[in-house]
Design a protein around this ligand. Structure first.
Ligand SMILES: NC(=O)c1ccc[n+]([C@@H]2O[C@H](COP(=O)([O-])OP(=O)(O)OC[C@H]3O[C@@H](n4cnc5c(N)ncnc54)[C@H](O)[C@@H]3O)[C@@H](O)[C@H]2O)c1
Ligand SMILES: NC(=O)c1ccc[n+]([C@@H]2O[C@H](COP(=O)([O-])OP(=O)(O)OC[C@H]3O[C@@H](n4cnc5c(N)ncnc54)[C@H](O)[C@@H]3O)[C@@H](O)[C@H]2O)c1
Lengths: 203, 203
């Protein structure tokens, strides 16, 4: 199957294509793409070939059709409903970031165990009590769970998200979760971004 | 030079090596590493060879020395002092996440333009007024700036961080910054993580 690292490259390709679209470009050569992607044409041609994109000898790629193809593969032609657990500092920022407008990612419910947070508006939703998590997932048929609770609550909250039927979880808590094989689970760790900066700082 | 995508793979390799160290493993084969990394041995052997790591025919790699080598290349043997601008929801979560303990990344100053936030403790620092940004950077010799202000304030804040002498900036605001060539600048966008989940959801 396709590895997450390949998928992340597809996201980067799409961002480049979007910038090129904004600049009004219709065709782009492999060299120009390679410069934007930060990847050699040898490598990305392989990735794009898997999506059925061969490019045209001597011309390159059609910007709009490549962008549309990438967008489709990244599931961005559909709406993905998300629930978030833990409306603290991080959770509030994340909920508001995705909580308005009509991109493919829609925040449909936020829950928290702190009574002080109930009723607080975050984007298009208001914080509901923690006990309503399961019914919120069933009612909205949310497919993605966002886990922004403290470390000590992470595993039990994850288990409940899985049992309530989400298909993927994005975990922000600094714990190695015991993962369900049925639920695609990823960790977010800002440290990876900082390590990238540190790599270049020490060269 | 080394592309950020290569550097991000190094971060992933190090996380795997740390897990193997916790399991008490001393040697690991290319196959086992490939499974952990989610990358074919053909690809990661190339990455590791650039770091002078050749592996031992028939044996694989020495876990401790490989981890130490990766850690050194990722700059984690040094302390990197960071300043954060914008102690809102996201900024507070980030400041506290890095604001305690003694990892390689140390939060040394946080500033905000909102008088209500001044004096608020976040990890080992308290929020200072926005006007103190430059002197905070000079006094602490911070090398990394974290930008967690609203989109409309992002460019001017970035310009000021650059002028005050930081060497890298991690930008969380959803804007394409006009970047300084002298400052290594990266954007963080959670959407990339969600696109990864969406890719697998629509397959
Ligand atoms: N991945 C990263 O790079 C990164 C960055 C910053 C913070 N974090 C992590 O994100 C998490 C949240 O950080 P924060 O600064 O927002 O913390 P916070 O304390 O501000 O927020 C936690 C929220 O979760 C709620 N909560 C606690 N237990 C709960 C439960 N069982 N069910 C529902 N809600 C519950 C609390 O009431 C609170 O509102 C922490 O685990 C932190 O370590 C990760
Ligand atoms: N990259 C991502 O995935 C992601 C996720 C969530 C939020 N965000 C972005 O992060 C930023 C912060 O989000 P938030 O939810 O914490 O917002 P927020 O409104 O809670 O916090 C912004 C903070 O910046 C301060 N501020 C405003 N102008 C300033 C200036 N000129 N100098 C210093 N401080 C200033 C405010 O007083 C406030 O404390 C926004 O740009 C948001 O879009 C990005």
């Amino acid at each position: 199957d396709v590895s997450p690292l390949t998928v992340n490259r597809l996201s980067i390709y799409l961002r480049c294509l979007r910038m090129l679209q904004e600049q009004g470009l219709r065709q782009v050569s492999s060299q120009e793409l390679g410069r934007c992607f930060g990847i050699s044409p040898a490598l990305f041609r392989k990735d794009l070939a898997h999506l059925g994109e061969m490019g045209i000898r001597g011309v390159g790629y059609d910007v709009d059709s490549l962008a549309a193809n990438l967008s489709r593969h990244l599931g961005l032609e559909r709406t993905h409903r998300m629930v978030l657990v833990g409306a603290g500092n991080l959770g509030s920022a994340v909920a508001r970031y995705f909580g308005t407008g009509d991109g493919p990612f829609r925040m449909v419910a936020v829950v928290d165990s702190d009574p002080e947070k109930i009723g607080r508006p975050l984007g298009d939703v208001t914080v509901r009590p923690r006990e309503e998590l399961r019914q919120a997932i069933e009612k909205t048929r949310a497919t993605i769970g966002l886990l922004t609770v403290p470390a000590e609550a992470a595993q039990s909250t994850y288990d409940e998200l899985v049992e309530a039927g989400v298909l993927s979880v994005l975990n922000f808590a600094p714990v190695h979760l015991r993962r369900s094989a049925a639920v695609h689970t990823r960790n977010v760790d800002l440290r990876i971004h900082l390590e990238e900066l540190a790599f270049y700082l020490v060269r």
